[in-house]
Ligand binder design. Structure first.
Ligand code: COA
Ligand code: ZN
Length: 312
């Protein structure tokens, strides 16, 4: 028997979650959230993005956040980067891993990153060398891999070719992202099976949004064909500011509950996550989508109704 987790969950609420929030979250509050997530047992946390502060004002304090968090041994603290300038800033902030993002769909890439595929790949080429020279890890994310809100379904060969390019340019890790929740389990099984022929399960992450209620089903479909690493956001926060109708990621505590109920070890403290999730509305000023934090765990039983306790 080993205590190694069966599934690795990377917490992305501080990045994907907060990037779309309208109200400013103070740097100290972001740091407190990330420190609490470290304490809950995550081995990977996406902390922030080194992007244009005009594009994503909510994360304009990325360097300060990286400078102030308490880092746990064995936890990888990740920074999203769109270009070499962001990579330089992430390295200066001592991020452990840089997560480069480009969309499978050129239309979404231009809306999100202001770049064509060729321009993004030129940035990645410079980022790959710089990141490896600095001794950092590099992950490449394929956004809109399961569908683009402007172009629709993306050809599987296009996604696979992008994965190959990322690997050639130095990305050890690969993420397939369903940016606006367009994936379905059948499609997930097919694409993930293909990508697992190129990328080992220890290096492949699936990033699902629950936009159409299929988030956890897609996680389970990917798991069924061998995927072992998943992004999720506390409370089900999240969404791309440059994709119409985007909503939250798969909810971390709902996923951890599913794993706990079905005997998959995550190494995470579910009670601590539920407590943390219940603090989110005060932090961001509105209700969140997560369900287990509202309903409680399945065996958080309720008091038996009084009349049933009367004798006779
Ligand atoms: N970090 C901080 N600022 C950056 C930057 C970076 N990595 N890269 C560029 N900038 C600045 C530029 O200096 C410029 O500043 P200015 O407006 O004060 O002159 C501004 O951002 C725009 O840069 P420019 O090179 O003209 O390109 P652009 O307007 O097409 O923006 C990106 C390109 C990539 C910087 C921008 O689209 C971006 O940050 N996108 C990220 C979107 C995102 O995070 N989406 C959600 C996650 S997938
Ligand atoms: Zn996302």
């Amino acid at each position: 028997m080993t205590d190694a987790p069966d599934i690795i969950i990377q917490e992305v609420a501080p990045r994907d979650g907060l990037q779309i929030e309208k109200a400013w979250v103070e740097t100290a509050d972001k740091v407190r959230l990330i420190d609490a997530l470290s304490a809950a047992g995550f081995s990977r946390i996406e902390v922030s993005s080194f992007v244009s502060p005009r594009a994503v004002p909510a994360l304009r304090d990325a360097a300060q956040v990286f400078g102030a968090i308490r880092r746990h041994d064995g936890t990888i603290y990740v920074a999203l980067v769109p270009n070499l300038r962001g990579a330089e800033a992430a390295i200066a902030a001592d991020a452990d891993e840089l997560n480069f993002v480009m969309s499978a769909s050129e239309t979404h890439n231009r809306a999100n990153m202001g770049m064509t595929h060729a321009q993004s790949l030129a940035e990645l080429s410079a980022i790959g060398k710089r990141t490896l020279d600095a001794g950092k890890l590099l992950n490449g994310s394929v956004a809109t891999a399961f569908g683009c809100p402007f172009e629709g379904t993306q050809a599987r060969v296009k996604v696979i070719d992008t994965v190959k390019r990322y690997r050639d340019l130095g990305a050890g890790g690969i993420t397939l992202a369903d940016t606006t929740g367009m994936a379905n389990p059948r499609q997930v099984r097919a694409l993930v099976s293909d990508v697992l022929k190129l990328v080992p399960p220890t290096q492949l992450t699936l990033h699902f949004h629950n936009t159409r209620g299929l988030g956890l089903l897609n996680v389970m479909a990917a798991h069924e064909v061998g995927a072992r690493r998943f992004d999720a956001a506390l409370g089900g926060l999240g969404g791309c500011p440059f994709a119409p109708g985007a909503t939250g990621n798969v909810c971390t505590e709902d996923l951890v509950n599913l794993c706990a109920e079905t005997g998959l070890r995550t190494g995470l403290d579910l009670d601590a996550l539920i407590d943390l999730s219940r603090q989110l509305p005060a932090l961001i000023g509105h209700d969140v989508a997560g369900q287990v934090a509202k309903a409680g765990r399945p065996l958080d039983l309720h008091a038996i109704p009084e009349p049933l306790l009367q004798p006779g």
